[in-house]
Write a protein that binds this ligand. Structure first.
Ligand SMILES: Nc1ncnc2c1ncn2[C@@H]1O[C@H](COP(=O)(O)OP(=O)(O)OP(=O)(O)O)[C@@H](O)[C@H]1O
Length: 228
């Protein structure tokens, strides 16, 4: 599903954000990416949906070599990936339903499909009762559920998330993690960059630690590890 071979990223001559990254992530895995601030986690994540291109090496995601793909092929790659951010990236003055429907319209889904699918997605993330709420009036946890529903509109095989619990209290974070685990159990690969030691230690999933641009640890049922 995901392979990186000898991947490095220089933002400029002096900033080497990633150094010789080699990794393989199989379909259906749940993987935490941890490490200190500035270690390269976001750069790693952004390469998976071709927001950032490597300076050297090869990145293969869902069968596409993202380093070689043509610009017109990028939308197809991105449709196979759901992305969830710390700060939600929702349309704040639209309702929850409109936000999810909008993501389907962008990919030219049929109106009939949008009508049947949006309620299903909101049910899946536990947000049916808020479907007509304006996003700006939602709690942080509800916003993140809406963002997750939107990320799932194309039934992605891969869900990538960068600090999804970064703005949430511990209890709400736990609820979001339960939702991500549920999505993973349904077969979606989940990759999550996080600083949240408690969550990582509790879930006992694969933990990849990046430090100063390098993978320094990769454990199958890992914990957060030593302090940053
Ligand atoms: N667009 C950019 N231009 C120049 N340098 C960048 C850019 N993006 C990131 N960097 C640098 O690359 C390094 C890795 O950054 P990255 O955002 O990947 O780290 P991170 O582990 O996600 O950090 P954090 O946990 O603080 O989000 C840092 O030194 C950062 O300053």
């Amino acid at each position: 599903m995901i392979e990186m071979f000898g991947v490095s990223k220089y933002y400029d001559k002096n900033v080497e954000a990633l150094k010789d990254i080699n990794i393989k992530i199989d379909k259906g895995e749940f993987v935490f990416i941890v490490g200190p601030s500035g270690a390269g986690k976001s750069t790693f994540i952004k390469m998976l949906y071709r927001e950032v291109l490597p300076s050297t090496g090869r990145v293969v995601v869902n069968g596409w070599d993202v380093t070689k793909m043509k610009r017109r092929q990028i939308p197809r790659l991105r449709r196979s990936i759901g992305v969830v951010f710390q700060d939600y990236h929702l349309l704040p003055d639209r309702t929850v339903s409109e936000n999810v429907a909008f993501a389907m319209r962008v990919v030219e889904a049929a109106p009939r499909d949008i009508k049947t699918k949006v309620p299903k997605l909101l049910d899946m993330v536990g947000l049916s009762h808020r479907k007509d709420y304006i996003v700006s009036k939602l709690s942080g946890g509800e916003k993140q559920r809406a963002a997750i529903a939107r990320a799932l509109v194309n039934q992605p095989s891969l869900l990538i998330t960068d600090e999804p619990t970064g703005n949430l209290d511990p209890e709400t974070s736990q609820e979001i993690m339960e939702l991500l685990q549920k999505i993973n159990l349904q077969g979606t690969t989940v990759i999550m960059a996080t600083h949240d030691r408690e969550i990582v230690d509790r879930l006992k999933q694969r933990v990849v630690r990046i430090d100063d641009g390098q993978i320094v640890r990769d454990m199958v049922r890992g914990g957060y590890g030593y302090e940053v």
